[in-house]
Design a protein around this ligand. Structure first.
Ligand code: DOR
Ligand code: ZN
Length: 345
């Protein structure tokens, strides 16, 4: 049984840094483990232009600890009135790595998202022509659709059509949560990939709803039933280059999660690699971890792999019950439990 694992330094292909004081305190957690991260644009106001993204990137870089090397990869928040010229220019200048499609009101700070996916087909056509990656939050938002069915419904109603209409557009189906999504991604061409979060590999919906409501296990898309979790574990550890690491780390203050209307999001950044590696270990797939964490994402995004390495060792790590951020408490994923792998550096 291997006791240490050294792999090329991984990247996080989906996370939320927020802004201001919270951002300054959460960026170091990610910069400690990862070389790059795709930064989600759902700020208030959202990051809708290249100028806003360039300024946000500078604020993130200023939060990277001394001596750290970390590259934020910025995304453009798509709206009904996205300026395709600005997006294309931003991508050509290296400001934007991707654009993010949030169906309006699907999740945190998505009110300015796209009200009707078809409205932005001209922008998607431009993205296809310019080879800009489209990241998708794949859930419909109709009130009559059960929250557990919203991802599947999005595939049937929108995603299939997007992929058929723009066959060269590179699409990342973000934070997939269902076997339906796994099947869709596997059946699609190589231009379609998916990120998988640690929480969707570790927990099913019971973790959110059994024994009292567990707000710290609530995120969007919500965790589904066990059969879906098992399908995600199989996909992540399969070695398929279509699946790669994206934590969807989404810090919210403890008090905002433990409220009558608790926020969606799990703060997975602090022990992200230990969390994922535990899954690969349980699945007997340690040899496939580097692909998922460090190789498949860069290949999909057409970026070079990282040259330096990180090492993890088999050792117990106690995850604190809370972390102090801006003098407030944030509950990390796995809070108060012990993980079996330690990040050495
Ligand atoms: O749980 C989530 N939290 N899902 C998202 O899509 C957004 C994120 C956030 O920004 O808090
Ligand atoms: Zn997210």
């Amino acid at each position: 049984m291997s006791e240490r694992l050294t792999i090329r330094r991984p990247d996080d292909w989906h996370l939320h840094f927020r802004d201001g004081d919270v951002m300054r305190e959460v960026v170091p957690y990610t910069a400690r483990q990862f070389a790059r991260a795709i930064v989600m644009p759902n700020l208030t106001p959202p990051v809708t232009t290249a100028a806003l993204a360039a300024a946000y990137r500078e604020r993130i870089l200023a939060a990277v600890p001394e001596g750290g090397v970390f590259t934020p990869l910025m995304t453009c928040y798509l709206t009904d009135s996205t300026d395709a010229d600005d997006l294309a220019r931003g991508a050509a200048e290296g400001v934007f790595t991707a654009a993010k499609l949030y169906p309006a009101n699907a999740t945190t700070n998505s009110a300015a998202g796209v009200s009707n996916v078809e409205k932005i087909y001209p922008v998607l056509a431009r993205m296809e022509a310019e080879d800009i990656v489209l990241c998708i939050h794949g859930e419909v938002t109709d009130h009559h659709v059960d929250v557990f069915d919203r991802e599947k419904e999005f595939i049937d109603r929108h995603l299939r059509r997007i992929v058929e209409s723009f066959p060269k557009l590179r699409v990342v189906f973000e934070h997939i949560t269902t076997s339906d999504a796994v099947d869709f991604v596997l059946e699609a061409g190589p231009q379609v990939g998916a990120t998988i979060t640690p929480q969707h590999l570790h927990i099913n919906r019971n973790a959110m709803l059994v024994g009292g409501i567990q707000p710290h296990n609530y995120c969007l898309p919500v965790a589904k039933r066990e059969s879906h979790r098992l399908a995600l574990r199989k996909a992540a550890t399969s070695g398929s280059p279509k699946f790669f690491l994206g934590t969807d780390s989404a810090p919210h203050l403890k008090k905002d999660k433990e409220s009558a209307c608790g926020c969606a999001g799990i703060f997975g950044a602090p022990h992200a690699l230990e969390s994922y590696l535990t899954v690969f270990d349980e699945e007997g797939a340690l040899d496939r971890f580097e692909g998922f964490a460090s190789l498949h994402g860069p290949a999909f995004y057409k970026l070079p792999v990282n040259e330096d390495t990180v090492t993890l060792e088999r050792a117990e790590v106690a995850v604190p019950p809370v972390l102090a951020v801006t003098g407030e408490a944030i509950v990390p994923f796995h809070a108060g439990t012990t993980l079996g792998w330690r990040f050495v550096g």
